[in-house]
Write a protein that binds this ligand. Structure first.
Ligand code: SF4
Length: 229
């Protein structure tokens, strides 16, 4: 069974061009050292969010929201995602998935239901184990990227720049790897500190990626659509 970890009833930024709500699903197989919500990692942790309330919400917002985002955690971790996605689509919503890309087979199965994907690519290939806290994930992520690209799914790749684990050179190398794979939309995300952040990075280090004009120029040149947030 999938546990729902929370609901954001309205967003204009999580599903490009659509008015949407976000459903957060419990469970993630990764152990990113910078994870801001480790409570989401176990799929078995009981939550206060009741599916009855979410289903009532989905029924009530038909024709008022364009889409629903399934996020996590890792929303593709649990097999029940297919039934949930089918139900959301049956109500007339467009569907977006925010994923770390570590379940390429499940992603492939869901393609007919998906309208947009936000794919986290966390590091260049040689640093993937460090950034995810798990070995052998990088090939799965790149398989997911290839699936999205080859099936012409509308998707964005994004990377969160935590200066404790990534350098400007890492992002420059990752940009080249992604451009070589014909990624067209890439977003560099600011690391945001949070309550309980152990040894948080300096603001100047966080901003260094975005102030480095050579890096920004390189990424702007590599991708037809490049942005920061
Ligand atoms: S993928 Fe997201 S939820 Fe999972 S461990 Fe990494 S940061 Fe946390």
């Amino acid at each position: 069974m999938i546990h729902a970890a929370g609901l954001v009833p309205f967003t204009t930024i999580d599903f490009p061009g659509r008015l949407a709500a976000v459903i957060f699903l419990q469970g993630c197989p990764l152990r990113c050292p910078f994870c801001q919500n480790p409570a989401l990692q176990s799929p078995d942790t009981p939550t206060d969010t009741d599916w009855t309330d979410i289903f009532a919400f989905l029924e009530s917002r038909r024709n008022r929201l364009d889409g629903i985002v399934l996020s996590g955690g890792e929303p593709l971790m649990m097999p029940g995602i297919t039934s949930l996605a089918e139900y959301i689509k049956s109500l007339g919503y467009q569907l977006a998935i925010h994923t770390s890309g570590v379940y390429p087979d499940r992603l492939r199965d869901l393609l007919p239901l998906i309208d947009w994907v936000g794919l986290d690519v966390k590091a260049p290939r040689d640093k993937y184990d460090l950034l995810t806290g798990r070995p052998h994930m990088v090939d799965k992520v790149w398989e997911s990227l290839t699936i999205l690209r080859d099936n012409r799914i509308d998707f964005e790749v994004r990377t969160t720049c935590d200066p404790r684990y990534l350098t400007i050179d890492d992002i420059a190398r990752l940009g080249k790897e992604l451009a070589a794979a014909n990624v067209s939309t890439y977003v560099l995300q600011t690391y945001r500190t949070f309550d309980g952040d152990i040894n948080p990075p300096e603001e100047s280090a966080i901003r260094s990626f975005f102030r480095d004009q050579a890096l920004q120029d390189q990424l702007s040149a590599l991708f037809p659509h490049y942005g920061t947030r």
